[in-house]
Design a protein around this ligand. Structure first.
Ligand code: NAP
Ligand code: ZN
Ligand code: ZN
Length: 356
């Protein structure tokens, strides 16, 4: 029997989020039902609801940074137990059979992975995300949360953490590597903390100097405000790797000019517009312009363990469910330090909906 649970839903692309409900499927043999305790707010939630990346089906509950407690396990579930703290990120399914899935790169599944929200699920329904009292997920896509990570801070690792960890590893952030992080919001601040822990020399490129003290506090060696155009001359050919986390379009050539020989600019920020690049900027210094999507499940567990080992936690501001619209406005104004996390115990569905 499906379960109706309290949620925060978008009913239109432009309207405010409202209390609502979502349906959760019955727990199948390999499923886990999780009572959501904390749900992070990612800029992708806003892009999706606003239709930046394409039309959606409404009502829609978003949220793909989920920390919760196992409430029920299917008969064939191994390694997860009722009462355990677990996480769910951006994926709840993939074919598990293609070369990428077999290699642990489910996010590059050749048949397309199933997004935690707004995707057509195997049973034909549209997936509903983590701004909800509970969720049912195939055990393969459920992560164990190390005890060392504080529960109310861990949720943003499930998207912001892995989305920056994966390209930092792929492009070899480590001692002697000069890394620039562009944009210091949810993803950007995790990129800084992770790259510092990997031993890289990290510089933050932010629109203004308002986040300078925080950037240095996270271990960056330098911070520059890109509102000053002279910065691009001063820092020409200064970096081996640029991680771009900005949710809007940039002057990509200007940033590429900051790469030294053989350097790469990897984009994780996802504005809806194409990203124009002058090829001569790439010819110079044999530069690369790249992209990266979240991370695989095994790599996500590796990232969680890395954070536990190195004492890395996101900076969060916890909010009640009724503050979510204000929080979205603040994300859009780059006024988030550095991730909002919804306390799921404050969710109230319309009358009649149960808490879990
Ligand atoms: P966020 O918290 O809003 O951070 C984005 C930051 O970019 C802002 O804090 C701001 O930093 C900077 N910024 C915003 N508007 C700007 C503009 N017009 N010009 C220059 N800089 C600007 O967002 P987020 O949650 O970290 O997500 C960032 C992007 O990554 C979004 O597009 C999201 O959809 C995408 N994303 C991609 C993946 C993936 O798998 N590739 C996964 C998750 C998210 P400063 O104040 O420091 O300038
Ligand atoms: Zn996200
Ligand atoms: Zn696959």
């Amino acid at each position: 029997m499906t379960r109706t649970v309290a949620a925060i839903v978008a009913r239109t692309p432009d309207g405010p989020l409202e209390p609502g409900v979502v349906e959760r499927r019955e727990v199948g043999p390999r499923d886990v039902r999780i009572d959501v305790v904390w749900a992070g707010i990612c800029h992708s939630d806003i892009h999706t609801v606003r239709g930046d990346w394409g039309a959606q089906t409404y009502p829609l509950a978003v949220g793909h940074e989920i920390a919760g407690v196992v409430a029920e396990v299917g008969a064939q579930v191994e390694g997860l137990a009722v009462g355990q703290r677990v996480g769910v990120g951006c994926m709840v399914g993939s074919c598990r059979d293609c070369a990428n899935c077999r290699a642990g790169r489910e996010q590059y599944c050749e048949r397309g992975f199933t997004d935690t929200y707004g995707a057509r699920d195997a049973d034909g329904t549209i997936t509903q995300g983590g701004y909800a009292a509970s969720i049912v997920v195939d055990e393969h896509f459920v992560l164990s949360l190390p005890d060392a990570l504080p529960f109310e801070k861990v949720a943003p690792l499930l998207c912001a953490g892995i989305t920056t960890y994966s390209p930092l590893r792929r492009w070899g952030a480590g001692p002697g590597v000069r890394v620039a992080v562009v944009g210091m919001g949810g993803l950007g601040h995790m990129a800084v903390k992770l790259a510092v822990a990997m031993g890289a020399d990290v510089t933050v490129l932010s629109q203004t100097s308002s986040k300078r003290a925080d950037a240095l506090g996270f271990g960056a060696v330098a911070h520059h405000a890109t509102s000053d155009p002279a910065v691009f001359d001063r820092l020409a050919r200064s970096f081996d790797l640029i991680v771009n986390t900005v949710s809007a379009s940039l002057d990509f050539d200007a940033y590429l000019g900051l790469l030294d020989f053989g350097g790469t600019m990897v984009n994780v920020g996802a504005p809806p517009e194409p990203a124009p690049v002058t090829l001569f900027t790439l010819f110079t210094n044999q530069r690369s312009f790249a992209g990266s999507t979240i991370g695989g499940i095994a790599e996500t567990q590796e990232m969680l363990n890395f954070c536990a080992e190195h004492g890395i936690v996101p900076e969060v501001e916890t909010i009640r469910a009724d503050q979510v619209n204000d929080a979205w406005e603040r994300v859009l104004k780059s006024d988030v330090r550095y991730r909002f996390v919804i306390d799921a115990s404050t969710l109230k569905g319309p009358s009649g909906a149960t808490a879990a």
